[in-house]
Design a protein around this ligand. Structure first.
Ligand code: ARG
Length: 581
């Protein structure tokens, strides 16, 4: 149960009956300053105008009725007509006890489930994945899981950049410089080498450029030999991508790359012409928004760049494929929403794409979930020593080796209790988890500084700290001879630390829903961090195993619920946990 939704519903119907309204008003429920209460209702001010009465009087009348509800301990009027609500702790405790035996920990499904395609990761093939792809992969995967958790039908789609001019260059380049042994050994690196040589040569050598164009045309016309080469390039890159995804623990439901839509591009262009959306200009065909007439979204009003769908040389564009993709997602899944987890720098592309889809009459909510860059500790974009964009795998390797160092330190000092045979697994879970947490805890739209030296922290807002709290709770159960899985007992709230922890735990369903619906995984990070700190405070002051009877059982139940929220919340973010740390 979402506490905020539940209370808003209760407050709304109470206001309606207390004030004799025809409709249920919006209670304007907000979290309150903890000094005054748990929630605040601001509706009296808005209703005062409508009813021609003093807000304070309305508030008094409503507060009297609100205070009678089981969930409410007190409802006090403050200032011009704010109503401060304090939750009834016994009621709150009963709700937490219920959520403990719910596999979804109280996360209720949305009223109207939708079919949603999440387009994420989507690297370009025949190249190694670089650091820019990590954010789309990590954030996208968290969004897939969060949307699914609140009851939507979700299709995670890896829209690979697996088609386009680079393949013409690769085919001719392979003939000229290809090294079979290297292709077998480190295929993607070899493809990148060939691609670099070929793109340099095409600028100097007209005949070479022509040959590349011809090779591309052959591939597009379905020439079997070119097709076989393309498939080989695909297999090589796919292997490298799979290694990255396996390491990150990320999976997809579909791998519909750009190549999957090739047969449809001609038709898309035809459709755009037929609808009068695309027109020719100097041989190219594009959508010129300024000339379309009708209302344009603000963001496009001053934009001069057209959305090109067919280039002068007849080749189709990135955008043409994206239009075809939207139509396909409608046709195949009748998708209600498509969500694109892509760098904010592609913002204009998506605004234009979405406007084209709207003008085509496609009924689908289209959202660009953008994200900023990863910066180095100096605040500048991450670069390799020779100025290139860092590759993804070595970046993960570095994180994992930092985790190994810190884990060994912790073991030596006795702070970490990880057995020899568990170290390798722990290094992976902690190292990769730390990278993901560091990324996901950021408000995704901003650039953030990544400091490998500060990655593995067992205190504060860092993945390993959350994992540490999980392991700590698991060992409490082990030490007490109790089974954590399925543990249940009535929760009682006596100590202030218990009450504080309970208030945090009660917000879990709200946090999951808010994170999913606003595509902001950092809200889950914030929640697990609050659980971890509130738990820590509780555990410092409230003996668990040494308590007796109902108190012991209740405290174990608070431990269990904390553990479930931490482990499950982290799981939704794609972050693993350990039994012992
Ligand atoms: N391949 C593109 C890139 O690496 C991202 C594709 C995003 N998805 C899409 N449907 N355009 O920049």
């Amino acid at each position: 149960m979402r506490l905020s939704k539940h209370l808003a519903d209760l407050a709304s119907s109470t206001l309606q009956s207390a004030l004799g309204l025809d409709e249920r008003p919006d209670p304007l429920l907000r979290p309150a300053d903890p000094k005054h209460g748990d929630y605040q209702l601001n509706a009296a001010m808005a209703l005062a105008k409508k009813l021609g009465r003093k807000p304070r009087d309305i508030a008094e009348e409503a507060a009297t009725e609100l205070a009678k509800l089981d969930a409410i301990a007190s409802a006090d009027v403050a200032g011009p007509g704010f109503i401060n609500l304090r939750l009834e702790e016994a009621w709150l405790a009963a709700r937490l006890t219920e959520s403990l035996s719910d596999p979804k920990l109280g996360v209720d499904p949305v009223d109207q489930p939708e079919t949603i395609v999440v387009d994420f990761s989507s690297p370009n093939t025949a190249k190694e994945m670089h650091i820019g792809h990590i954010r789309s992969t990590i954030i996208g995967y968290a969004i897939v899981q969060l949307l699914r958790e609140i009851g939507h039908e979700v299709i995670g789609d890896n829209h690979l950049g697996d088609w386009g001019t680079q393949f013409g260059l690769l085919i001719v380049g392979l003939r000229e410089w290809g090294d079979e042994a290297k292709l077998k050994e480190d295929g993607v690196a070899e493809l990148e080498r060939i691609y670099k040589l070929a793109s340099a040569k095409k600028n100097e050598d007209e005949a070479f450029a022509d040959a590349a164009r011809a090779a591309l045309a052959e591939l597009q016309q379905g020439d079997p030999e070119s097709r076989a080469l393309w498939e080989r390039f695909m297999a090589i890159t796919r292997e490298a991508f799979d290694a990255v995804y396996a390491r990150l623990g990320v999976t997809f439901d579909e791998w519909l790359g750009e190549s999957a839509y090739q047969d449809r591009l001609e038709g898309v262009v035809g459709l755009l012409q037929e609808k009068g959306l695309a027109k020719e200009d100097q041989g190219a065909l594009g959508v010129f928004f300024q000339d379309l007439g009708g209302e344009l979204p603000k963001s496009l009003r001053k934009v001069k760049t057209p959305f090109i769908v067919r280039k002068k040389d007849g080749a189709f564009n990135y955008g043409t494929t994206d239009v075809a993709t939207i139509l396909y997602r409608k046709e195949r899944w009748n998708a209600d929403r498509s969500v694109y987890v892509v760098d904010t720098r592609q913002g204009l592309h998506f605004q234009q794409l979405f406007e084209v889809a709207k003008r085509l009459g496609v009924e689908m909510e289209l959202t660009h979930v953008g994200f900023g860059k990863i910066l180095g500790p100096d605040g500048k974009p991450l670069r390799t020593r020779d100025g290139g964009v860092p590759k993804l795998m070595p970046f993960l390797d570095e994180a994992v080796s930092k985790a190994r160092e810190r884990i060994e330190e912790g073991r030596e000092s006795g702070r970490l209790r990880i057995a020899d045979e568990d170290v390798d697994e722990a290094v992976k879970v902690i190292g990769i988890g730390a990278v993901k947490y560091a990324d996901l805890m950021q408000n995704r739209t901003t650039d953030y500084r990544f400091d490998p030296e500060k990655l593995i922290e067992f205190k504060g807002q860092a993945g390993p700290y959350m994992q540490f709290q999980v392991a700590r709770i698991r060992s409490i159960f082990e030490k007490g001879g109790e089974t954590l899985e399925g543990f249940s007992a009535p929760i009682l709230l006596d100590h202030d630390r218990e009450k504080a922890l309970a208030r945090v735990l009660a917000r879990y369903p709200d946090a999951i829903h808010a994170a999913a619906e606003t595509y902001q995984p950092h809200l889950v990070c914030d929640h697990v961090y609050e659980v971890a700190t509130a738990f820590s405070g509780f555990y410092d002051d409230c003996p668990v195993l040494d308590a007796e009877g109902d108190a012991r059982a209740s405290r174990l139940a608070l431990c269990a619920l904390s553990e479930h929220q931490l482990a499950h919340g982290l799981g939704l973010l794609g972050i693993g946990v350990l039994d012992k740390m």
